[in-house]
Design a protein around this ligand. Structure first.
Ligand code: SF4
Length: 109
């Protein structure tokens, strides 16, 4: 897709008079998923945040990890994970039940 195609896919002339006929970004909910898939590699918000942080640090993942901009809204998510989600902890009984279920189904859920 050329840059012109990309602009036509993602931008439109504003219908708001106060924008004076300028190009504005379309509502992404109104862009087809196939076009979005063609134009954007990250398909989840966390991956998009990680990609944004890498872009912010010129692709240097060590710099992303060491980022000191704690006022940035992306800071908690810069490693591509959601730290607000508690890591799932299984009891020994749950682990045994899961192993048994996997054994019975041959690993098919
Ligand atoms: S968290 Fe740090 S690396 Fe990520 S966008 Fe913000 S300033 Fe850049």
């Amino acid at each position: 897709m050329t840059l012109t195609d990309k602009r036509e896919t993602l931008l439109a002339i504003s219908g708001d008079k106060s924008d004076g006929g300028e190009l504005v970004g379309k509502d992404p909910r109104k862009v087809s998923p196939s076009d979005l898939s063609l134009l954007f590699r990250a398909r989840s918000p966390l991956k998009a945040l990680r990609a944004r942080c890498l872009d912010c640090c010129c692709g240097n993942s060590a710099e992303v990890r060491k980022c000191t901009a704690t006022d940035c809204p992306s800071w908690p998510f810069r490693m591509g994970k959601n730290p607000f989600r508690a890591k799932r902890q299984l009891s020994n009984e749950q682990k045994a039940a899961m192993a048994e279920r996997l054994r019975q189904t041959g690993g098919v859920a």
